[in-house]
Write a protein that binds this ligand. Structure first.
Ligand code: AMP
Length: 290
């Protein structure tokens, strides 16, 4: 596995491989790798000839009172995991390389970037869209792989790639979970034992609405109420939102519901902010029987 801190060196390396006709897969991360990240690497290795992983804790997507300083960093461990998972090249750019003196450009999606997490983390998606746009331009992959875990992020990136005609296919991979259902996240390491247990209520609330939609319930009001009731049973959890949205726009789903919707939750457990989601697909089997 090759590691690069310089953008120009990675570009030279990739240029040769591209000329050989190799398909390049790209997995951007902020490091503190876990099985969720590795599942993206495995998917990229299956779909492409070559896997590039980036590790960059992007300061521009953290708010002033967020956890940029505290964000877990363990480069040696990350490099070992990346190498064992089959990554071919790792980019670890410095802040000076990414945002040199005089840097100005911001990529902003005023609609998708200002809803949900965008409301609770103002400017977050400007930071995400800008860094991912830069990374896609640096690596110029054929495909880039993102987790469903960060559903709004994925939609922001899909829309940006479409709007800016970036020649890259965006691939969504399913959320990897712990055995008790908690979505794996680098931030889970902030949770103490009690909080870790409390956090499982998030996935339980999502499972409950998946179950309800399978039985034919589509009304967002009913589904949201169901999530809220379950989430409110956990005193350590402070809910930010539990919403049923239209999967493409992330606007609230219409009153009568849709065949396909997405349930999204964001909450603090102690001081740790967690997000999760499930796509809901209405079951038509029971209607067919009547
Ligand atoms: P991060 O390092 O948190 O910025 O995440 C890097 C990539 O890994 C993003 O595309 C995330 O959506 C994805 N990811 C993070 N956690 C998971 C998970 N539990 N399952 C699948 N993908 C994940």
């Amino acid at each position: 596995m090759r590691t690069f801190t310089q953008i120009s060196a990675l570009r030279t390396y990739l240029r040769g491989l591209r000329l050989e006709g190799k398909e390049i897969g790209f997995v951007p991360t902020m490091g503190a790798l876990h099985e969720g990240h590795l599942s993206l690497v495995q998917r990229a290795a299956r779909d492409c000839d070559l896997v590039v992983l980036s590790i960059y804790v992007n300061p521009r997507q953290f708010g002033p009172n967020e956890d940029f300083e505290a964000y877990p960093r363990d480069l040696q461990r990350d490099l070992q995991m990346a190498s064992s998972a089959g990554v071919d090249a790792v980019l670890i750019p410095t802040n000076e390389e990414m945002y040199p003196n005089g840097y100005q450009t911001v990529v902003q999606l005023p609609e998708l970037g200002s809803l949900l997490d965008g409301t609770h983390r103002p400017g977050h998606f400007d930071g995400v869209a800008t860094v991912v746009c830069k990374l896609l331009n640096i690596v110029q992959p054929d495909r880039a792989f993102f987790g469903q875990k960060d559903y709004q992020q994925l939609r922001v990136i899909e829309q940006m790639v479409l709007d800016l005609n970036l020649p890259c296919k965006i691939v969504m991979a399913p959320t990897v979970r712990a055995e008790d259902g908690l979505a794996l996240s680098s931030r889970n390491s902030y949770l103490n034992d009690k909080e870790r247990l409390a956090a499982t209520v998030i996935h339980r609330s999502l499972c409950a609405v998946v179950e309800l939609t399978v039985r034919g319930e589509k009304r967002p009001k009913v589904l949201e109420e169901c999530m809220r009731e379950i989430l409110e049973t956990e005193p350590l959890l402070k809910l930010q939102y539990a919403t049923i949205a239209t999967p493409e726009t992330l606007q609230p789903a219409p009153e009568e519901g849709l065949e396909r919707m997405v349930a999204l939750v964001a909450a603090h457990v102690g001081r740790t902010r967690l997000i999760d989601n499930e796509v809901l697909v209405a079951e038509t089997r029971f209607k067919d029987l009547s």
